[in-house]
Design a binder for this molecule. Structure first.
Ligand code: SAM
Length: 347
């Protein structure tokens, strides 16, 4: 493994105008690209073990770099492993790895950005599984730069909500690394000081678990922070079965004023002259205390707020009084509600 890393360092030499002579300089270059590598096989094995049973399954590894985690994946004999790496300087090392396991594991190297990687093309041989049955034999594993992993998980949560991309095959699980503090935010329960928009986003669509922490000193070069390994298992039934963007918008608005009553953020959803009235009504409709601060709202209460918000918008859009009892709604109002519903479903 260390010799593979040496190949990597040599390839770096080719890319700079001035030849990089010292290891220190090379490491600085790697650091600029947020590339922190795991060299300890016990840790790479532990990450892969955390992903669960992968023998004869399909795996997508994001950001393999010089291939530490890749090697641990290959040792577990998946049927097919696709590695998606943005930096083509890792190609020679990854090709060596691919050659070394030919006949045992089908390794495909994809030089490109995981943000645009097409899972439905890359794993087209996997039969699509019913969402409500056992997860498909596909796993996503990755140790990405922190900035990319947070952005990516939001993008993937949206795809989970739509059951597209890797989730067109079913409830594909993920094992990813994050800065430890971000990992803690992802799993933060109600009232936890780390509870934030990201916690609710992740927990709405997935069962999340912070499985273990890797000390920063295990990486080369050493980052300033420790790293948390988090598993995501998409829920059969999301806590809120509404469009991703509706949930995202409401969460962004509520958590905008973290230390204030939740009402303060929610009011911003409404026109200035009606915001206090409509804001309070929304909380009443959802049966949630509007004086609770955002991090004190449970997942279930948040789900009720989303449904109330969506439902209320339906009535606002249709220009129908939502406090009217069903038998008080006219035929015309009912027709407008139908059209409004259709419009909202398309959002
Ligand atoms: N997995 C290796 C390890 O644990 O030693 C490397 C980890 S390093 C933190 C992150 C890797 O992700 C780098 O190799 C980097 O080039 C790659 N990477 C960064 N952004 C990427 C992207 N958008 N798509 C694919 N790979 C990316």
């Amino acid at each position: 493994f260390y010799s593979m890393f040496a190949v990597k360092q040599e390839t770096f030499l080719d890319d700079f105008d001035e030849p990089v002579k010292t290891l220190e300089k090379q490491l600085r270059a790697i650091k600029q690209l947020s590339q922190n590598f795991l060299m300890d096989e016990r840790i790479t094995d532990k990450i892969v073990k955390t992903a669960g049973y992968i023998r004869n399954h399909y795996v997508c590894e994001v950001g393999p770099g010089p291939g530490g985690i890749t090697r641990s994946i290959i040792n577990r004999r998946p049927k097919k492993l696709v590695v998606v790496e943005k930096d083509n300087r890792f190609l020679p090392t990854l090709e060596l790895l691919k050659e070394s396991c030919e006949g045992h594991v089908n390794v495909e190297i994809e030089i490109g950005d995981i943000l645009t990687y097409n899972f439905e093309r890359g794993f087209s041989e996997i039969p699509k599984h019913n969402w409500y049955e056992a997860p498909p034999p596909l796993h996503i594993i990755g140790n990405l730069p922190f900035s990319v992993s947070t952005y990516l998980i939001i993008k993937w949560l949206k795809e989970i909500s739509l059951k597209t991309s890797a989730w067109a095959y079913g409830r594909t699980p993920l094992t990813l690394t994050f800065q430890k503090e971000v990992a803690e935010r992802i799993v933060a329960p109600v009232t936890d000081k780390q509870r934030c928009r990201l916690s609710l986003m992740c927990q709405t669509w997935c069962h999340v678990e912070h499985r273990f922490t890797i000390p920063g000193k295990a990486f080369v070069p050493k980052p300033d922070v420790d790293v948390g390994v988090v598993t995501f298992y998409p829920r059969k039934y999301p806590l809120v079965n509404l469009q991703f963007d509706v949930v995202e918008k409401l969460l962004r608005t509520i958590f905008n004023m973290r230390q204030k009553y939740s009402l303060r953020g929610v009011e911003n959803l409404f026109p200035e002259d009606l915001k206090s009235l409509l804001g309070k009504r929304l909380f009443m409709l959802a049966d949630v205390d509007y004086t609770a601060r955002p991090f004190e709202i449970t997942n279930e209460e948040f789900a009720r707020l989303c449904y109330a918000y969506k439902g209320k918008r339906l009535f606002m859009l249709a220009d129908v009084d939502y406090t009217a009892r069903p038998f008080e709604i006219t035929n015309e109002e009912f027709a407008r509600l139908c059209y409004a519903y259709k419009a909202l479903c398309k959002e």
